[in-house]
Design a protein around this ligand. Structure first.
Ligand code: GLP
Length: 257
């Protein structure tokens, strides 16, 4: 595990965009796993800037998003389809035919989950998976549970997750109760995983995920078992980590903790 702590969120965004841009420069046909939520927004802004400045092209890349709500029309402003178009896809040269998200409006959701896993397989698996983390340790929409599904599946959202995401809707009643999410098996199969977290409100869960026991009660803790995990944190999110973790490195502008 490689943990990098940054003095500012901007520096973290820049480092993350550089990782993604670097991957695409080395492998133009890279398969990227993308996340939604507030955390990656700055990374997407940087990638758009890099594209406009001719530093990166997504022309040959393929993307798979982690998740999508069930039952929210694709053009609803809070659907993850709409989020991705607004915050990234409409501004870069990635062909939309290779920008994949689960279809939360499929008539047969189980078949849609199988279709999504098969598509990821056909694309050769995910080279780099970007992840945020929920306050309860969820990744994608894999909520804490006694068992976790490995493949893409339909999930009932935890009340805490619905409350956290209610800020994007008019009221909590509008927040869907179900979502489709990649499973933890699909996520862990990614060749590189980049986990990002910002803010002191994430400090407790970041500590549990990285230093606590590996348990399905904290799905992000399973990432500890991944051989190529890069963790990008701002100082707030890193503030409760113990200082004795091995392999701790920093980028310029970051600090050792
Ligand atoms: N499904 C998404 C996750 O992919 C995201 O990582 C998480 C954290 O969101 P944020 O980055 O806004 O804290 O919650 C959402 O519900």
């Amino acid at each position: 595990m490689n943990i990098q702590v940054f003095a500012s969120g901007d520096q973290l965004d820049e480092a993350c965009a550089d990782l993604i841009g670097g991957m695409i420069r080395i492998k133009p046909r890279a398969v990227l796993g993308l996340a939604t939520g507030g955390t990656p927004l700055g990374v997407y802004r940087r990638l758009i800037d890099d594209y406009r400045n001719g530093l990166v092209s997504f022309r040959h890349a393929t993307t798979f998003n982690l998740d999508e709500y069930v039952g929210l029309p694709e053009d609803h402003p809070e659907s993850y389809h709409a989020y991705m178009r607004k915050n990234l896809f409409d501004h870069i040269d990635l062909p939309l035919s290779r920008a994949h998200l689960p279809n939360g409006n499929a008539a047969d959701l189980e078949a849609e989950c199988r279709r999504y896993d098969a598509l990821i397989e056909e694309a050769g698996g995910i080279d780099l998976q970007l992840l945020g983390i929920g306050h309860n340790g969820h990744i994608g929409f894999n909520e804490p549970d006694r068992e976790l599904a490995t493949g893409t599946h339909v999930v009932e959202l935890a009340e805490k997750t619905r409350q956290a995401n209610a800020r994007f809707f008019n009221s909590i009643d509008e927040v869907p109760r179900l979502a489709i999410t990649m499973g933890v098996g699909t996520i862990l199969k990614a060749r590189t995983i980049v986990l990002m977290a910002k803010g002191e409100d994430k400090a407790d869960i970041v500590r549990r995920a990285l230093e606590g026991p590996i348990t399905t009660d904290c799905p992000a803790s399973l990432l500890q078992a991944h051989p190529q995990l890069i963790v990008l944190l701002d100082q707030g999110a890193a503030s409760k980590l113990s200082k004795s973790l091995p392999d701790r490195t920093t980028l310029s502008g970051g600090r050792s903790v």
